[in-house]
Design a protein around this ligand. Structure first.
Ligand SMILES: *Cc1c(COP(=O)(O)O)cnc(C)c1O
Length: 822
């Protein structure tokens, strides 16, 4: 996914070499580290050599940053996340180091095309969607705003699956991103920690028979080995570390077992360790609940905490000062088991009593909640938790006893409320509630948009919020403008530079200076030309990959994100069908040519989501093949949506689809990427859409549909979708067409249950919002016909969304949660 131009950073770094010197360096690395000369080097070898050359230049900044943090005794931030959706890193590093153009020239002199080898870099997809991408944006922003930080996660050998579309269906294939090695990472064999599972807990008593401490004797042990990737901030301000753990058998050769003749036993143990870092669970906002998942959560939490404590002790010598020198952040509840793990390490290993350990723990952790969906709130059956982590189970009970005592002492909670505060869910099977555990173990709990934070206070955490009223706070998500504007949209970046100067490169909110150019016809033309070029790039890609011809002068309407019923791709598809009907029934009308793009992965176990992908493809086939549509409407499903695909699609969008059922999307970040690249949003008042509207203004966004409180009210009062569907001719016709097999003649019943679901319950309120959505789409057509008005709005979007930078988000975390300077 090549880009024509690249952004030149004005102030090159002082040590930036000339292209000849860089070319010589590349040749040297190719020869002595890759072991090839130019006659036999493959394109992968050139890629490896180029990455290693930048990596070398990063190392000095890296060591410097690490040493400074040590010398100045700076507080460090530790960001624990089971997901980092990184994408490709080479351009990121070139761009942030200000050496993109020199590197390009150096490679040209060696007969190598930078864009061609950049395409070969695997897209590191160690995450599912928004949550993982947020972690990646945060890592880049923490380095940019100069916070000493480490990210901790798992080095999955197979990250997110690769999606292929076969006969319209999603097929999941393993993504083997490490096939050609990973030139970015450093393996740290010496930085390895043992992690235990199972076994039993023994009590050690003193000579008078008093309990001294508990000792956990795990039944199994594995080794977590560190792999470090440097994370470069803008202009290489700072280089931080992303440390990912890989599972290994404790004794790599397992000599005892092997020599004793137990070859299979030796193999089994090796496989067990390996399994911990083999695959990323591919469910996003969806139930998972496998034992291996809990093992992964504990594996990386324990290794990270042991590492953090070792670093702290070696510098400060005692753990009482931990909260002053370390802020540990839990990205969702996936690392929530770190709370009892820190307690265990403090009490059982370092001999600190419960009260002090609890005080240290709560002052050290912060927790971000990412979802209110009941099916995504993590909990584990007590018997499983107890079998895998017997000592942690005891500690969870002890914490729970302390919390419930505190709650009862206030005299403000009745039995039901106490039951909801409890870390243990008692109705049905007994389960450990990871959200409650993360909440009570943290001094700060944040939501990710203003609306989501408010709903969190009113719903999932209402009782805990009442008990601890000062803990919940909001930190609206953000995106890094380096990747999501400078790198992915060099055309727009250059245009902005020549129009308002370079200040926005270092302070993205200064892009507001573009606002007044919305009224400047000359600027609008240039802006439209950039958009046109980005659309042509996407059109070429779609023609090459899918054989579908789309017209770059049509309105590009894009919905790319995980496929989930609450995100309502179905609403969009049904509207496309209704529009298709209209175009055929009224050929005389002046229809706005549109291309509707879809992209996204479904969790492999999520039946309806996979069916929605098939429906999008079935509908595309019929509409694209119908000559009576005269090309006025096309539908394209772009396979394998990932960061690299997003980097091509965001800049090419005219319209951004953000149409979740109000109250269900915690924030969204795709909405921010689109707006920053000059797309107008059609959306519900959900997640960060609310704040996007506040910033871009009502005239520059298309809001429709039920609000969050109205959704709740409808549900409470017995929502009747059937009556609504029957009252909407367009909707009932579209549903009838799908239901009767118009789009699936080979299997007419394929979508019957999916459509019946709309009549019977329609939990996501597709029917309730359909007419308002269709009407908003037609008013969008009207604005599109007035091209100057459209581009003025698009320009205002770009100018007014600088606030949604992850630099701003991170500065808020630094000040309000972590208490570190930024
Ligand atoms: C930004 C991003 C997301 C999140 O998209 P939403 O629309 O906020 O759900 C998911 N996947 C990728 C690859 C992204 O870049």
């Amino acid at each position: 996914m090549a880009s024509a131009k690249t952004v030149q950073i004005p102030q090159a770094l002082p040590e930036d070499p000339d292209p000849q010197a860089l070319a010589a360096e590349i040749l040297r690395v190719l020869r002595y580290r890759v072991g090839k000369d130019t006659t036999v080097a493959t394109r992968y070898d050139w890629l490896t050599a180029s990455i290693q050359v930048v990596r070398d230049r990063v190392i000095d900044h890296w060591m410097e940053a690490t040493k400074e943090a040590y010398d100045r005794q700076e507080k460090r931030v530790y960001y624990l996340s089971l997901e980092f959706l990184i994408g490709r890193l080479m351009r990121d590093a070139f761009s942030n180091l200000g050496m993109m153009e020199t590197m390009r020239q150096a490679l040209v002199s060696l007969g190598v095309d930078l864009d061609a080898i950049a395409q070969l870099e695997p897209d590191a997809a160690l995450g599912n969607g928004g949550l993982g991408r947020l972690a990646a944006c945060f890592m880049e922003s923490m380095a940019t705003v100069d916070i000493p930080a480490h990210g901790y996660g798992i080095r999955y050998a197979n990250g997110m699956f690769r999606q292929e579309i076969q006969d319209g269906w999603q097929v999941e294939l393993p993504e083997t991103w490490l096939d050609h090695g990973n030139p970015w990472e450093f393996e740290r064999r010496e930085r390895a920690f043992e992690v235990g599972f199972g076994g039993s807990v023994e009590s050690v008593t003193d000579k008078d028979g008093r309990l001294e401490r508990h000792v956990w004797k795990p039944g199994e042990r594995v080794l977590a080995v560190a792999y470090d990737t440097p994370v470069v901030g803008w202009r290489a301000n700072r280089v931080n570390t992303l440390r990912l753990w890989s599972g290994m058998p404790v004794d790599p050769i397992l000599l005892d077992k092997f020599n004793a003749g137990d070859h299979m036993g030796a193999l089994a143990e090796s496989n067990k360790a390996d399994a911990l870092s083999r695959v990323l669970y591919p469910a996003d906002s969806h139930k998972e609940g496998q034992e291996l998942r809990l093992r992964q959560e504990y594996f990386f939490s324990s290794a990270s905490l042991q590492d953090i404590l070792q670093r702290h002790l070696s510098q400060y010598g005692d753990l009482g000062s931990l909260p002053d020198k370390a802020a540990i952040h839990l990205n969702d509840t996936h690392p929530a088991v770190a709370v009892p793990e820190l307690m265990r390490l403090l009490m059982d290993v370092h001999g600190i009593d419960f009260d002090q350990a609890w005080d240290i723990t709560r002052r050290t952790f912060g927790y971000t909640n990412h979802t209110l969906l009941p099916e995504a709130l993590e909990s584990w059956p007590v018997p499983l938790f107890e079998r895998l982590l017997p000592r942690h189970m005891q500690i969870v009970y002890a914490i729970n006893a302390a919390v419930l005592l505190e709650a009862r002492a206030t005299g403000r909670f009745n039995g039901d409320q106490i039951a909801r505060i409890s870390l243990i869910q008692e109705n049905g099977d007994r389960r450990v509630r990871m959200g409650n555990l993360a909440f009570v173990g943290s001094h700060s709990i944040n939501g990710v948009s203003a609306l989501h934070t408010e709903l969190m206070k009113q719903t999932v955490f209402a009782d805990l919020h009442s008990l601890y009223p000062n803990r919940i706070n909001n930190k609206t998500n953000g995106i890094t403008p380096r990747r999501w504007l400078f790198q992915c949209n060099p055309g727009l970046t250059e245009l902005a530079r020549e129009t308002i100067g370079d200040r926005f490169l270092d302070d993205i909110e200064a892009i507001h200076d573009l606002d007044r150019f919305a009224e400047d016809a000359g600027f609008r033309d240039k802006f439209a030309a950039v958009k046109r070029a980005n659309k042509e790039r996407l059109a070429t890609l779609v023609a090459e990959r899918l054989g579908i011809k789309v017209d770059p002068s049509a309105l590009f309407d894009i919905q790319i994100k995980r496929i989930h019923e609450y995100k309502r791709q179905l609403l969009n598809i049904l509207e496309a069908i209704a529009l298709y009907d209209q175009i055929r029934s009224h050929p005389e009308r002046d229809w706005v040519p549109r291309v509707k793009f879809f992209g996204g992965k479904a969790a492999p176990s999520y039946h309806n989501a996979k069916l929605i992908i098939k429906l999008a493809n079935d509908v595309a086939k019929v509409i694209n093949g119908d000559p009576s549509v005269r090309g006025l409407l096309k539908v394209v499903f772009v396979p394998n949506y990932n960061v690299s695909a997003a980097e091509v699609m965001m800049p090419a969008a005219d319209l951004s689809e953000q149409i979740s059922t109000a109250g269900m999307e915690a924030s969204g970040t795709g909405n921010m990427k689109f707006a920053l690249n000059g797309a107008l949003t059609i959306g519900t008042l959900d997640g960060a859409n609310v704040e996007i509207r506040e910033r871009v203004g009502d005239d520059n966004i298309f809001i429709f549909g039920l609000k969050a409180d109205e959704v709740a009210e409808r549900r409470a009062n017995g929502y009747q979708p059937r009556a609504i569907i029957e009252g909407s001719r367009e909707l009932s016709q579209a549903i009838a067409a799908v239901s009767s097999g118009v789009f699936s003649p080979d299997d007419p019943d394929r979508y019957r249950d999916l459509m019946n679901g709309l009549y019977d319950s329609d939990w996501f309120m597709v029917a309730a919002d359909f007419d308002a959505y269709a009407a908003a789409q037609r008013s969008i057509d009207d604005v599109w016909r007035d091209s100057p008005a459209w581009y003025a709005r698009a320009i205002r979007n770009v100018a007014r969304v600088g606030w949604f930078s992850s630099d701003r988000t991170i500065r808020e975390y630094a000040k309000d949660i972590w208490n570190v300077p930024a």
